[in-house]
Design a protein around this ligand. Structure first.
Ligand SMILES: [Fe+2]
Length: 675
């Protein structure tokens, strides 16, 4: 008996040895001028005074308001008073407006944007849901591949906690995340973004959002880990902590299996859904196509099924089933299928990571880079890989071509020249900031902006520096080369014309209104005499399309897209003497280049953001924010067809090759559609 008691006591001691507390803070939104500093200092004061002290703190993003160095420096100064380690991840406010983007993590915290660590038998994974230049959330495919390897190393049974910025509803590839972590014991996902305390119950785990550190008196979460569970408390500065949830450290088995349709299936006619579900008291079953939930009836005691009509856009759609338990736990399974797309879709390839910029055609080859750091060359006709070259850093930039060479930029600041036929690296030039825009090549030179806030001209043959133009802020657009002058808009609100020969300033024109609302997002177009660039509005009455004289920089005309949505985040397109601008609400505006007068205005029917149309044979091909592509008649604006490519953001423009439109997606695929 004594022995048994001793054993039990030792077991208890072992369990208590694992007990510890950690804390989540989020959305502190510090600025260089000290905004919200008092809130964060009050939070730090309380956390430092906790007894026993927390083992560590995690911050789920939006540490700062803009992510710019003055904000980051202030944040780093304030958090230096934490008495325990602090693990940060990036929020949308760290990446949308900054010269450093995701490189912020390396520069300010000497970390990758995603990483993991272990503590007392638990595994913690800091993930990066931010996107370069965007406020949207996404867990890039390359990161999900890393996550799988990382969780494998920690072992399948190890209780794990993930943390990142964007809450459910803001990450379109959440089904892929749930699929990736399914074999492992992920118990809790801590998020921010919504600035409030909130909980979602999915697949046996909890997503928990934290109140913003900037809000009211400031909030945070206290997480006590002990004997087989995590106790999650909400806490407001100056108030008592409040019990919020108890999370067991072992997962229950997902009771649902979607066995038809399977991912990738082509479906014509009705969508036949079949799922098996383990019995459960009070469990409610539903299915959805793209999140439109409907009851899923029982066919037998364990098999549920439905035959669903689908009248939406042809193409890729998400079929999901959901079992909801009486305690609110939702069990999901889903599959991506193609509905009615057989005549439109010629080929699709899955890439190593998101493709955020344009694909470029040269001969019968397609070139692009991925956020997984791969540069691809494909056969345009089949999508078959010709070569792939990993450059060891995210490629946000598109690819520029001049015959036998391709040129691109990397997140770690390199401008590179590769052999177009083999992918062999010919040279690279290291700059001091990320290359976020596609280079342009001409007159034997490569021109590109760097996040160090400088614009570079390099020798296209050797990569040697020809000249460097320092700026106050950086540029992320693809510059334009015309008659020995290089043109681009920048985050300092100016539109620039630099002499390509020596980098001297030909002119610069102020067309942005303030820092958040500038020329920085739009690639310019030209008819050889004048230039059109879009600008984001500051006030609703501000112009959002500018036409400048290429020679003098004088404003020839400026217009405000008449609906309550602006063109600034999209790039224009030019066909002959007509210019086309895209507004965020889905409207395409056709104007005369000479005076900006409107010819027609038509809606694609879906949101447009970060897109740039391409044209061929009198048609426009327009990429939408949420995976839709529209083909419009350029003369009339008549919508000829639409196709859904799935959930991925389409931020890069498509390319046309013979009868194909080849479309890149941030989801991590490239798809060829028949024109
Ligand atoms: Fe925030």
């Amino acid at each position: 008996m004594k022995r048994v008691l001793l054993f039990l006591a030792l077991l208890l001691l072992a369990a208590f040895a694992q007990a510890f507390t950690f804390v989540q803070i989020s959305d502190t939104h510090i600025t260089g001028a000290g905004s919200h500093e008092d809130n964060l200092r009050a939070i730090i004061g309380e956390i430092n005074a906790m007894s026993p002290p927390p083992a560590f703190v995690v911050c789920t993003g939006d540490m700062t308001e803009t992510g710019r160095p003055p904000d980051m420096e202030k944040y780093r100064e304030i958090i230096s008073s934490f008495k325990m380690p602090l693990y940060n991840v990036l929020g949308n406010h760290e990446t949308k407006w900054t010269n450093l983007g995701k490189e912020t993590m390396r520069v300010f915290f000497e970390r990758n944007p995603y990483y993991s660590f272990d503590y007392e038998g638990m595994h913690f994974v800091a993930m990066d849901s931010s996107m370069w230049q965007q406020h949207h959330g996404l867990l890039d495919r390359s990161q999900l591949s890393w996550l799988k390897t990382d969780l494998d190393k920690a072992s399948r049974d190890t209780p794990s906690v993930l943390f990142y910025h964007h809450c459910p509803g803001f990450i379109p590839n959440e089904p892929e995340l749930l699929q990736t972590i399914k074999p492992y014991n992920v118990r809790l996902i801590l998020v921010g973004h919504g600035h409030t305390f909130k909980t979602w119950r999915r697949n046996g785990l909890l997503f928990q959002e934290c109140k913003g550190g900037m809000n009211n008196q400031g909030g945070y979460r206290i997480l006590d880990v002990s004997e087989g569970e995590i106790r999650s408390y909400t806490k407001l500065v100056g108030k008592d902590k409040a019990m919020d949830a108890v999370i067991p450290l072992t997962n229950a088995r997902n009771p649902v299996t979607l066995y038809s349709p399977q991912t990738g299936k082509w479906i014509e006619g009705k969508v036949q859904i079949r799922a098996s579900v383990m019995p459960g008291e009070g469990r409610k079953l539903e299915y959805a196509i793209d999140g439109d939930w409907k009851p899923l009836p029982a066919m037998t005691s364990a098999v549920y099924g439905a035959a669903a009509d689908f009248g939406g856009t042809r193409g890729w759609h998400l079929i999901s089933i959901r079992a909801t338990d009486p305690d609110g736990m939702e069990w999901h399974e889903s599959a991506w299928v193609r509905i009615g797309g057989k005549t439109r879709e010629a080929w699709r390839i899955n890439t190593s990571g998101g493709v955020q910029r344009a694909v470029t055609i040269f001969g019968d080859r397609v070139y692009f880079g991925t956020l997984g750091g791969d540069v691809y060359c494909l056969e345009a006709e089949t999508g078959k890989e010709v070569w792939r070259h990993n450059v060891g850093s995210d490629v946000i930039s598109g690819v520029a071509l001049d015959g036998s060479r391709i040129y691109l930029g990397t997140a770690d600041g390199r401008i590179m020249g590769l052999d177009a036929f083999t992918g062999e690296q010919k040279w690279f030039f290291q700059t001091a900031g990320p290359i976020q825009g596609t280079p342009v090549v001409g007159d034997g030179r490569v021109f590109a902006g760097s996040g160090e806030a400088a614009f570079y001209a390099l020798d296209a043959e050797t990569g040697d520096l020809v000249w460097k133009y320092p700026m106050d802020r950086f540029t992320q657009v693809q510059p334009m080369l015309l008659d020995g002058v290089v043109y681009f808009g920048a985050w300092d609100k100016y539109f620039y014309a630099l002499n390509a020969s020596d980098g001297s300033l030909k002119w610069k024109t102020l067309i942005g209104i303030n820092f958040f609302y500038s020329t920085a997002s739009s690639d310019p177009v030209t008819d050889g005499k004048s230039i059109v660039a879009n600008v984001t509005r500051y006030k609703p009455e501000d112009p959002d399309v500018y036409c400048l004289d290429a020679n003098t920089g004088d404003v020839i005309w400026k217009i405000r897209q008449p609906e309550n949505s602006d063109c600034g985040f999209n790039s224009p397109c030019l066909i002959g003497d007509k210019v086309y601008s895209l507004a965020g609400n889905g409207v395409v505006l056709c104007m005369r280049m000479k005076d900006g007068s409107e010819m027609w205005r038509k809606s694609t029917g879906f949101s447009l953001l970060g897109g740039k149309p391409v044209s061929a044979d009198g048609k426009l091909y327009i990429p939408g924010l949420r995976g839709n592509v529209a083909c419009m008649d350029a003369k009339s604006g008549e919508k000829l067809w639409t196709y859904s490519l799935g959930s991925g953001y389409l931020f890069g423009s498509a390319a046309v090759w013979e009868d194909l439109v080849i479309v890149p997606s941030c989801e991590g695929n490239v798809t060829a559609l028949r024109k």
